[in-house]
Design a protein around this ligand. Structure first.
Ligand code: SAM
Length: 504
């Protein structure tokens, strides 16, 4: 019984996914860019964890922020730290690798394996530098779309990301509305505000004014360490909060008993920022910093000045999360997203994390994130996972017609409907063989008339129980007028429903 808490629920046993490695996908075509032109020979670095189910319906795409990469969870051989969002990805965590197939790719323009300004330009044989084209959040998403297509996934169960990752989540929902079932944008905005652009510009100027930057052509020489480190220091201040900085550093001095009365480092906070800057230059490319921050600045999903209009085509169901102490992407920007989605009748829940960490809370508040996200992901209804494109057959059709439809569409269950799409029966491959054996030729004689159905608002657990109880692998989904609007199969929901408690 120790595996269960007093509510009777299984206690989540959180484990690591262990060793992981980065894969590389080379796009077969050039990538057409929003700002014009094409990017040739594009490579995308990506990692995946968990198993894609048979229907390919359990994929979750995780999008990273400015300085992130494809290594979002688990361990790389020899590393001292796991992936950057290991706290929420793995067995028993909210992005449960026993249920979902997790994908995370490095953005184009980055410097962690995907094509970016430090990659070799196929036309010159040298690093792109400033010959790299300006890219946008849409371009990053279009590159990810190529990867998702390559993995054979028609629809993502969810897209999740914080900060610039959240911008990609929103862009996915706007650009590919039919490909996203659930969307979780965290600590983000639907358009960059002047204050955000201002901070980005100061960071860029820090890099550009470093003489070592050399118009972006520094790869065979010394890198612009001072500028990039300064950009990171500025950025880092915006990721923390007044309160978290007070808690972390107070006014404590670093390695001294009293003020130096000079311009050497006095305070712990100064020393911390310098450390952050110095370690950043060892792992990040200055030109990537310029290109990515520019992509963030250009991000604006409003249409004719209206975000509601910008979200007009969105179909996903949303969980919007903000952080009460985030002054870089304040809750007001998340609430604006919620309002615009609501104006389009989109199903949206909103949560404000209570945290003193500031913007960084989206990486640090693992308890709250695991609780809120797992609740959202397990509250799945039949309409969230059913297939809307259904192969149906009319009551007047012949048995041959039914057999042909099953073969052509690779389905085993055919709902039988009237002219008005009302469900009157179901015929399966099993029924067809029975018809052959009994020499029946009419559909009406062989179809099952008392069809077990599901409603779009049913919890998928309920639908699964029904299928188990009646030993059937497919349920037509009907609306209140008994019209067939979808179909749900055991394959669709395999791995998505809570694991069977008896097995534990
Ligand atoms: N394992 C099978 C499957 O894939 O569903 C079911 C076996 S069951 C003995 C076969 C019968 O179930 C067939 O006569 C078929 O018409 C019926 N059947 C399949 N789906 C049904 C549903 N949703 N409601 C009622 N009967 C159904």
């Amino acid at each position: 019984m120790d595996k269960f808490n007093i509510m009777g629920f299984r206690k989540m046993k959180k484990e690591s996914i262990g060793l992981t490695e980065t894969n590389y996908y080379n796009l077969s075509d050039d990538l057409t860019l929003e700002g014009g032109g094409k990017l040739k020979e594009v490579t995308i670095a990506y990692e995946t964890y968990g198993k894609l189910n048979k229907e390919k319906s359990n994929a979750i795409l995780v999008c990273h922020a400015l300085s992130g990469d494809a290594h979002v969870a688990g361990w790389h051989e020899g590393d001292r730290k796991p992936g950057w969002w290991d706290s929420i990805i793995g067995p028993g965590k909210c992005l449960d690798t026993e249920r979902y197939f997790i994908i995370c790719s490095n953005i184009i323009g980055g410097c962690k394996g995907s094509t970016g300004p430090s990659s070799i330009d196929p036309e010159t044989g040298k690093p792109y530098g400033l010959n790299f084209p300006i890219i946008t959040i849409l371009d990053m998403v279009n590159a990810q779309k190529n990867l998702v297509d390559h993995l054979g996934i028609n629809q993502l169960f969810a897209v999740v990301g914080g900060s610039m990752g959240g911008m990609q989540v929103l862009q996915w929902c706007v650009s590919y509305p039919d490909m996203v079932r659930l969307a979780i944008p965290i600590a983000t905005a639907a358009h960059s505000a002047p204050q955000q652009i201002a901070f980005n510009e100061v960071g860029r100027q820090a890099i550009i004014s470093d003489s070592k930057w050399n118009e972006g052509d520094y790869y065979s020489d010394e890198i612009p360490k001072v500028g990039l480190s300064l950009a990171r220091m500025i950025g880092h201040i915006t990721y923390l909060s007044y309160e978290s900085m007070y808690q972390k550093f107070g006014r404590r001095l670093q390695d001294k008993e009293k003020y130096g009365f000079d311009f050497s480092l006095d305070f712990e906070v100064e020393s911390y920022l310098h450390y952050q800057g110095e370690s950043f230059v060892k792992r990040f490319d200055a030109n990537s910093y310029l290109y990515i921050t520019k992509a963030i600045d250009y991000f604006d999903l409003t249409k004719n000045g209206s975000l509601a209009e910008g979200f007009e085509d969105v179909k996903a169901k949303f969980l919007v999360i903000s952080v009460n102490s985030d002054w870089l992407y304040p809750p007001a920007q998340s609430k604006e997203i919620v309002m615009a989605l609501t104006a389009n009748n989109i199903d949206v829940s909103y949560h404000e994390l209570k945290s003193s960490y500031g913007h960084d809370a989206f990486l640090l508040e693992e308890g709250q994130l695991n609780y809120i996200i797992s609740g959202f992901l397990s509250d799945i209804h039949v309409e969230d996972v059913m297939t809307g494109e259904i192969t149906k057959i009319s009551e007047e059709s012949s048995m041959e017609e039914a057999a042909r439809l099953m073969l052509e569409n690779k389905v085993t269950h055919l709902p039988v409907v009237t002219d008005m799409d009302n469900l009157i029966g179901i015929v399966t491959a099993w029924d067809i063989s029975k018809a052959v054996a009994l020499k029946c030729s009419k559909l009406e004689e062989i179809m099952t008339k008392e069809v077990i159905v599901s409603k779009p608002g049913d919890q998928i657990e309920k639908a699964a129980e029904k299928m188990k109880k009646y030993n059937i692998s497919s349920l037509p989904v009907v609306d209140n007028d008994h019209r067939v609007i979808g179909i749900i199969t055991t394959d669709h929901i395999s791995t998505l429903i809570t694991r069977d408690i008896e097995k534990i």
